[in-house]
Design a protein around this ligand. Structure first.
Ligand code: NDP
Length: 310
């Protein structure tokens, strides 16, 4: 019997997902909410911030997959169906994120912002390069994306430490866990990469005190969610020169408002939330595998823990 997967996203086009999923699942039709008719047996949903009332219209759902790695936009809703909620877990998505983090860390490690400023001033400005092993990078969050980025930074020879909720062991990464370890971890991080999910526990976790704990002149890279950082404290620390620079892909409010102080700061690089994106050709395999599992009465993989928030 043919089943239907409803695809709901205001930002992702359906066509590449339809092509990739229907190729793997010939007995599943991939439809937008508008395309669904009375003959559709809607069993699966692939969603990014679906509108209010969306889930109530599909009482036959057996599996919900978030079209991304972050669950924060869905976890807080009060209309979630009582079925497994899963996230994308895709090595290509992790690779794309690792590329962004590597770019941002290398840019600071090789003093590129100083050369960009010197070039604007027409000034030859020699800064002797430092060896990677002497540069201390800290990664907040050692999950699928954070763990992959930390491992690659270690492979590139940086002195890498990581911080997570529960203890981790990653080769070449000095791993720390739990609230008591946070301030000492920050104190050794001259480049800090924020890769924590947004949960009630992590909202504004990086505030004025945490930023103050970073070494003077440290650089901060945020690729997870804007609200993990207290943005006002971040702006103040940049203005005061305690933070030497920031690379920000995510913001408390997106798009970043016209006239926001971060736009005009020379030491800040703003990118529009694209450090990594969902890639249909590779992520469809995981979704198809989970659909096979659900059909066989087995638990799907990569479930979001709604009580934990990620
Ligand atoms: P995971 O859910 O796989 O891992 C989260 C990590 O954060 C884990 O190591 C977890 O600890 C740690 N963590 C969670 N809560 C706490 C806490 N209270 N204290 C300390 N550590 C904590 O996430 P991913 O690595 O896959 O992704 C991270 C985030 O990146 C996503 O949630 C999403 O918001 C963002 N993202 C951004 C994109 C972009 O383009 N900018 C694209 C994709 C994702 P533990 O290991 O102990 O569970």
């Amino acid at each position: 019997m043919t089943e239907t997967l409803v695809f709901a996203s205001a930002v992702d086009p359906i066509e590449p997902w339809r092509a990739a999923l229907e190729a793997l699942l010939p007995d599943v039709r991939v439809r937008t909410p508008d395309e669904i008719g009375p003959g559709d047996d809607v069993r699966y949903a692939l969603v990014w911030k679906p509108p209010a009332g969306f889930f109530a219209r599909h009482p036959g759902l057996r599996l919900v997959t978030i079209l991304g790695a972050g669950a924060d936009a869905l976890v807080g809703r009060d209309d979630l169906p009582d079925v497994p909620i899963t996230r994308l877990s895709d090595p290509e998505m992790a690779r794309m994120m690792t590329h962004y983090v590597l770019f941002a860390v290398l840019r600071y490690a090789r003093d590129i912002p100083a050369f960009e400023a010197a070039q604007r001033a027409g000034r030859w400005h020699y800064v002797h390069p430092r060896e990677a092993r002497g540069i201390r990078v800290g990664v907040l969050g050692l999950g699928e994306l954070g763990g992959a980025a930390a491992l690659e930074l270690a492979r590139q020879g940086f002195s890498v430490a990581g911080w997570s909720r529960t203890p981790k062991a990653l080769p070449g990464v000095d791993c720390h866990a739990g609230p008591d370890a946070l301030i000492p971890f920050l104190a050794r991080s001259e480049i800090l990469v924020v890769m924590l999910p947004l949960t009630p526990e992590t909202r504004r976790l990086v505030g004025a005190a945490e930023i103050a704990a970073l070494p003077r002149g440290a650089a901060l890279i945020n690729v997870s969610r804007g609200a993990v950082i207290d943005e006002a404290a971040l702006v103040a620390a940049l203005a005061a020169g305690h933070l030497g620079g920031a690379t920000l892909d995510v913001f408390e409010t997106e798009p970043l408002a016209a006239g926001h102080p971060l736009w005009g700061m020379e030491s800040v690089l703003v990118t529009p939330h694209l450090a990594s994106v969902a890639i249909p050709a590779s992520a469809a395999r995981q979704i198809a595998e989970n659909i096979h599992r659900v059909r066989a009465g087995r638990a799907p993989e990569h479930r979001v823990d709604l009580t934990r928030g990620y």
